[in-house]
Design a protein around this ligand. Structure first.
Ligand code: CDP
Ligand code: CDP
Length: 216
């Protein structure tokens, strides 16, 4: 039997992971798994229920009961489409605090590995090459300067009509990166065997071409 192909794509916020992953998934006929959306979904539910980050038992309960389903474009929580809800400023500011909690991560990793089993996948996140799929066929680590990442996100939000300043976006992603890099359990870092691509000043097509070159 042919071995399943798995591609791990990690990096800080706004590096272009999900945009690039979706394009590569289409070209190479892979299943795309957006692990960030899963952490966002849990954070959204905890916020919606008004649960405090220190209420461990309640968070455990949410984890044991919630049902997350995803397709290429949408994410559903307990049957409800929450694709738009999980991108709100509230979730942005909360998600990294939730993603620090080890039992939240254990549960998400279990789900991610289940979705990936017996499929050809491209998975994007923070700990995919280091923790979720340490034996991935290919590993990439995308970066870009904080200025460029903030500008990309700001442009995206502006197009959606969300009122926010560029400084607020830069602070938000900078804070999130810091929490993600400094957490104890499965922090954001480049896997030793990952190929690092600095995407600063590069078009989406250029980054896609670079990755395709390595996949040949
Ligand atoms: O799209 P963006 O890069 O802004 O964020 P995301 O990929 O949707 O991830 C949101 C947050 O989820 C991150 O800032 C991390 O706190 C957390 N996350 C994580 O801890 N591990 C992952 N594999 C993916 C996301
Ligand atoms: O998933 P991640 O947070 O790493 O980034 P993303 O959501 O894929 O990309 C953030 C924004 O940057 C999107 O609007 C992309 O279209 C844009 N982008 C870009 O302008 N140039 C690139 N080389 C990559 C992404």
């Amino acid at each position: 039997m042919m071995k399943n192909i798995s591609i791990a794509l990690d990096g800080p916020a706004g590096a272009g992971k999900s945009t690039i992953a979706k394009i590569i998934a289409n070209i190479k006929n892979l299943t795309y798994i957006d692990t960030g959306a899963m952490y966002r979904a849990i954070a959204f539910k905890i916020l919606e229920r008004g649960i405090h980050i220190e209420e461990e038992k309640k968070i455990q309960e949410i984890l044991s009961r919630c049902k997350i389903d995803m397709d290429e474009n949408d994410i559903f929580l307990d049957g409800k489409n929450i694709t738009e809800d999980i991108r709100s400023p509230k979730v942005n500011n909360f998600v990294s605090h939730i993603a620090k909690i080890p039992h939240v991560r254990m549960k998400m990793v279990e789900l991610q590995r289940n979705i990936a089993s017996n499929k050809h996948v491209i998975m994007d996140g923070r700990d995919i090459g280091t923790y979720v799929m340490p034996n991935a066929t290919y590993k990439f680590y995308l970066t870009a300067s904080i200025e460029e990442r903030a500008t990309r996100r700001f442009t995206e939000l502006k197009e959606k009509g969300i009122e926010i300043t560029q400084k607020e976006v830069k602070d938000e992603i900078g804070n999130r990166d810091k929490i993600d890099m400094e957490r104890e359990f499965a922090p954001l870092r480049k896997a030793e065997d990952a190929i690092e691509i600095d995407t600063t000043g590069k078009s989406i097509q250029k980054v896609v071409d670079e990755i395709l070159y390595y996949l040949k």
